[in-house]
Design a protein around this ligand. Structure first.
Ligand SMILES: Cc1ncc(COP(=O)(O)O)c(C=O)c1O
Length: 389
């Protein structure tokens, strides 16, 4: 039997996954410092939060490729909250950001075409591109006390097969924003090359401080055909609800041509459920409360992490401007994988190695800033002790 090459032929789990499964099968409690699921870190959600999903209006099915008008208007209103004007006619609902990427790859790429992805960044890009028969080519984010986009590496990575540049701002796991100047340069480059800009803004609501050069949205002044991606997963801490979206911007003729084609693609799936769409206004509104809780959790853990790392001069906490994760540089006296495995097997603490996110060199560990504060502190203390041992 021949299966598609879109799925890797070697499905053997990596050593960290295997070690974790072994510990869990033996009932060993694990301090999980990779937990980035907001519904599993003891945050309070209102008890009636999901009541709007039972709206009787959802008993009627009105298939609509981009989603119901009322729900698209709620998303446009949410962009307004962030200071961005988006016409609801340019909003497309999806079940998740992953699905939005998949629709965009289908829109923009033929098999073998390329999209540029930041490095280090979200590890799922490798899978998402491959599943749509697209190649991910990395461009670099440089670190010199702050993260910047290496525009030379973007230009070098461009080929005749490049169809889009993906920008993640704030980026996961570096917690860095793309600056207004970088954004303008990338947008200009895309316009010049006739390719699209895909902007993943799922963490846009989670800035940790004020960055004056922060770009409010990819959709603010797009020179190229641009798609901004967002969703309830992060903005309302509700990944299980499965409501994401994208909004298109840029030259009107390109947007119109893209939307006409996207409609054909979205019409083949119609993947967003009617109850979710009908409840979207209430669910988006609930995000305000959840965001406050998540922000307080992230800020508290980040302060704690800075204090704990401060006690270990051999380790460095990279500054976090936004998002839910933090990167700690640790002594490169052994491979990241060896450190992560020892920490897991001996101390029962799970962190991610930098190489999961394609850091160009070792040694870094990546932590989620979401876990409960006592658990977080306990895990970080153990991780730092082990990193310098
Ligand atoms: C950069 C980035 N984009 C998208 C997502 C996932 O969003 P969704 O749950 O809407 O697919 C994540 C999840 O961690 C992420 O880090």
């Amino acid at each position: 039997m021949k299966f598609s090459d879109r799925v890797p032929s070697d499905l053997t789990p990596n050593r960290i996954t295997t070690a974790l499964a072994d510990l869990r099968s033996r009932g060993v409690p694990i301090i999980d410092l990779t937990e980035s699921n907001p519904t599993r870190v003891g945050l309070a959600y209102r008890g009636d939060l999901l009541d709007p999903l039972a709206d009787r209006a959802s008993l009627t099915y009105e298939p609509s490729p981009f989603g119901l008008e009322c729900a698209r208007a709620e998303v446009a209103a949410d962009y307004r909250r962030r200071g961005v004007e988006v016409d609801r006619a340019r909003v497309i609902l999806t079940a998740s950001t992953s699905e939005a990427y998949s629709l965009l790859f289908k829109l923009l790429c033929d098999p073998g075409d390329e999209v540029l992805v930041p490095r280090p960044s979200y590890p799922l890009f490798d899978h998402l591109t491959r599943l749509d028969a697209v190649r991910a080519r990395p461009y670099l984010l440089g670190y010199d006390g702050a993260w910047t986009v290496d525009l030379d590496s973007v230009r070098t990575a461009l080929t005749s097969r490049t169809r889009a540049i993906i920008v993640v701002s704030p980026n996961n796991p570096t917690g860095s924003f793309v600056s207004a100047d970088e954004m303008a340069a990338l947008s200009g480059l895309c316009a010049e090359r006739g390719i699209a800009l895909i902007g993943d803004e799922v963490f846009a609501d989670y800035g940790l401080g004020d960055r004056p050069d922060r770009h409010p949205s990819m959709l603010a002044e797009p020179l190229a055909l641009t798609f901004g991606l967002g969703g309830l997963s992060k903005s309302a801490g509700l990944p299980q609800i499965k409501l994401g979206w994208m909004a298109a911007g840029g030259p009107a003729s390109l947007v119109d041509a893209a939307l006409a084609r996207l409609e054909v693609i979205a019409d083949a799936y119609l993947s967003v459920s009617t109850p979710v769409q009908r409840a979207s206004g209430a669910l988006i509104a609930s995000g305000a409360e959840t965001r406050d809780r998540v922000r307080a959790r992230v800020a508290g853990n980040y302060r704690e992490l800075a204090a704990l790392v401060g006690d270990h001069p051999a380790c460095t906490l990279l500054p976090v401007a936004a998002g839910w994760s933090a990167v700690v540089q640790v002594p490169a006296t052994r491979a990241e994988e060896a450190l992560v495995l020892t920490l897991l097997e001996q101390d029962h603490v799970l962190v991610h190695p930098g190489y999961f996110y394609d850091f160009p060199r070792e040694a870094f560990v990546v932590l989620s800033l979401l876990p409960e504060p006592r658990v977080f502190r306990d895990g970080v203390e153990k991780a730092l002790e082990r990193a310098v041992a």
